[in-house]
Design a protein. Structure first.
Ligand code: F6P
Length: 323
């Protein structure tokens, strides 16, 4: 009987549990043994591994976070660490892995797969949506909805006090959450790393008189050194426009929590089942993606190395709708 391992790695994302459930159940359905590996690559090295039955994954589809726990593991970046991980897998008779994570986790998977000729299937699990070759990543839709709810609430107080709010959202170096969050919440603008410099974006905003016809304004800012962050932008505006009543709100890790949306649960379930299909199909070094509602296989080299482009049409839409 063939044995496979499953782990979650890097920043957690809502829907990871739904993915763990789907991989486990589809794999058992296909006749595999399934091992849950705790704490990502860390638990792989330290042998925190347990065989899973269908029961281990019951009642988790609706839960945020990951029952397998997660970690960012420095040791796996070394040859010795990866050798240790390989030895552990050999001991358990595990011949393939499903890795759920973002850019860093799939980079680790790619290196390991090449080094040991090991079969690995990746699932894109990150709220950032920054993996090339997939329209959406597991957790992105839930985070977007959380951002929308938060901005709706902030807008109440922004309107009452007639204030200008800079709201910082996650995304590492990607502006998907900021741009789509801005459209969903009717914000005036999004400042994102994919576009020119933060000075240009802010100047353009002010030149367009974004406060002229409005008593309050909301600007979503993607966290990234290149945007200057919400704090940096607010400081600049306070200095140059002392008449603006400026406030900052950094949403932080609440964006990573919560029960996954229906979209993320279905996406994770489809991708999890597709990961098992990919194993049966003898695919290796691919990430499961979704394109125009079809499951696709994206080679690791493409998913990780390429910068996923921002849809310019969304920027134009935001600009036109915020007049
Ligand atoms: O990759 C997901 C993410 O939430 C990013 O948006 C953010 O930059 C980072 O993880 C934060 O990481 P940590 O939880 O380790 O501080």
């Amino acid at each position: 009987q063939r044995a496979i391992g499953i782990l979650t790695s890097g920043g957690d994302a809502p829907g990871m549990n739904a993915a763990i459930r789907a991989v486990t159940r589809a794999a058992i359905f296909a006749g595999f043994k399934v091992f849950g590996i705790m704490r990502g690559y860390k638990g792989l090295i330290t042998d925190e591994i347990e065989e899973f039955s269908t029961q281990n994954v019951s009642n988790i589809i609706q839960r945020g976070g990951t029952i397998l726990k997660t970690a960012r593991c420095k040791e796996f970046q070394t040859k010795e660490g990866r050798q240790c991980a390989y030895d552990v897998l050999q001991r358990h008779g595990i011949s393939a892995l499903v890795v759920i994570g973002g850019d860093g986790s799939l980079t680790g998977a790619r290196i390991f797969a090449n080094e040991f000729q090991f079969q690995i299937i990746g699932l894109p699990g990150t709220i950032d949506n920054d993996l090339y070759g997939t329209d959406s990543t597991i957790g992105y839709d839930t985070a977007l909805n959380t951002i929308m709810d938060c901005v709706d609430k902030i807008r109440d107080t922004a309107t009452s006090h007639e204030r200008l709010f800079f709201i910082e959202v996650m995304g590492r170096d990607a502006g998907f959450l900021a741009l789509n969050g801005a459209i969903a919440s009717g914000a005036e603008a999004a400042i994102i790393p994919e576009v020119a410099t933060q000075e240009d974006q802010l100047d353009e905003l002010i030149a367009n008189g974004f406060r002229k016809s409005k008593n309050s304004s909301i600007v979503l800012v993607a966290e990234s050194p290149s945007t200057g962050g919400a704090m940096g932008l607010a400081e600049r505006v306070k200095k140059e426009y002392p008449n603006y009543d400026v406030r900052v709100s950094i949403l932080g890790h609440l964006q990573r929590g919560g029960s996954p949306t229906a979209y993320d649960r279905i996406l994770a379930s489809r991708m999890g089942a597709a990961a098992v299909d990919a194993l049966l199909d003898d695919q290796r070094n691919v990430m499961i993606g979704i394109k125009n509602d079809e499951i696709v296989y994206v080679p690791f080299t493409k998913a990780i190395k390429n910068d996923k482009p921002i849809n310019r049409e969304l920027m134009s839409t935001l600009r036109r709708l915020s007049i």
